[in-house]
Ligand binder design. Structure first.
Ligand code: A3P
Length: 289
């Protein structure tokens, strides 16, 4: 039961098993044709994974549904003995590989930079991300209890959540986007115009699938479809890890749910903190559609 205990690496809280496995993770050998899906938690990781998977499978949803989504794109910092670690899974995989991480630029194994890999980053506005993470920590039995919403608000803005500060994460990845091969997408844009954003992903992956296939991918990766799909909705995860009677993994999938959680006073306080922490960054989010 060391799983729930969080430890820190360079001030970033990470799960104890990840910290135990840190040298293997840091020494991970990326390859030049690796594609790395990068997200802060609760920013649409599963969604972009399914989009990438559908593109990889040329829009064949049956091929996509052969395995549950967590296993298709190894999560490089994942470590939960006795299962193979994310690094072990990645090492056993044929190239070209699609891998996944929640690590910030500061913690990413350096071989990804050295090998000039492709990075697909999805960012989600901080307020909705915080709401989503709060509900996730309520149902996730291996992360710490989130406490009350008021308490969680403080925990989140102080970056005391697994994988650290949202602010550091998005600004860090935003800053490297011109120096590396980064396709930087926003959750809100995918929501507003899925076909346009999925086309960008397809082009970034060097594929050309045609309009009909793109339309199909849009349909198959909708929230409604993914909520019903046992390969994406985490219904295969045991209740001892995720208790979906508390909150579904596919919870709402909307932009602006923060308005149902933030009080006016919290919103004002958040805006002030946001201005301070994001000062100097040119990144712009939209938090409503
Ligand atoms: P909510 O909790 O706001 O509903 P991650 O995969 O990074 O853990 O992110 C989970 C969040 O993405 C959840 O947000 C989930 O509902 C949302 N999500 C998953 N699939 C989605 C889809 N197809 N369309 C929109 N949102 C989706």
């Amino acid at each position: 039961e060391t799983l729930g205990t969080e430890m820190e690496v360079a001030g970033v809280p990470l799960q104890a098993a990840t910290v135990d496995n840190w040298s293997q993770i840091q020494n991970f050998e990326a390859k030049p044709d690796d594609l790395l899906i990068c997200t802060y938690p609760k920013s649409g990781t599963t969604w972009i994974q399914e989009i990438v998977d559908m593109i990889e499978q040329d829009g064949d949803e049956v091929r996509c549904q052969r395995s549950i989504i967590q296993h298709r794109h190894p999560f490089i910092e994942w470590a939960r003995p006795p299962q193979p670690s994310g690094v072990d899974r990645a090492n056993a995989m044929p190239s070209p590989r699609t891998l996944r991480t929640h690590l910030s630029t500061a913690l990413l194994p350096t071989s990804f930079w050295e090998n000039h890999c492709k990075f697909l980053y999805v960012a989600r506005n901080a307020k909705d991300c915080m709401v989503s993470y709060y509900h996730f920590q309520r149902m996730n039995q291996v992360l710490p209890e989130p406490g009350t919403w008021e308490e969680y608000f403080e925990t989140f803005v102080n970056g005391k959540v697994a994988w650290g500060s949202w602010f550091d994460h998005v600004t860090g990845w935003w800053d490297v986007r011109d120096r590396h091969q980064v396709l930087f997408l926003f959750y809100e844009d995918i929501k507003r115009n899925p076909k346009q954003e999925i086309r960008k992903v397809m082009q970034f992956m060097g594929k050309d699938l045609g309009e009909a296939v793109l339309d199909k991918i849009v349909r198959e990766t909708s929230f409604e479809k993914m909520k019903e799909n046992p390969m994406t909705n985490r219904s295969t995860v045991p209740k001892s890890l995720m208790d979906q009677s508390i909150s579904s993994f596919m919870r709402k999938g909307t932009v602006g749910d923060w308005k149902n959680h933030f009080t006016v006073a919290q919103n004002e306080r958040f805006e002030k903190i946001y201005r301070e922490k994001m000062q100097g960054s040119s990144i712009r989010f939209c938090a409503e559609l």
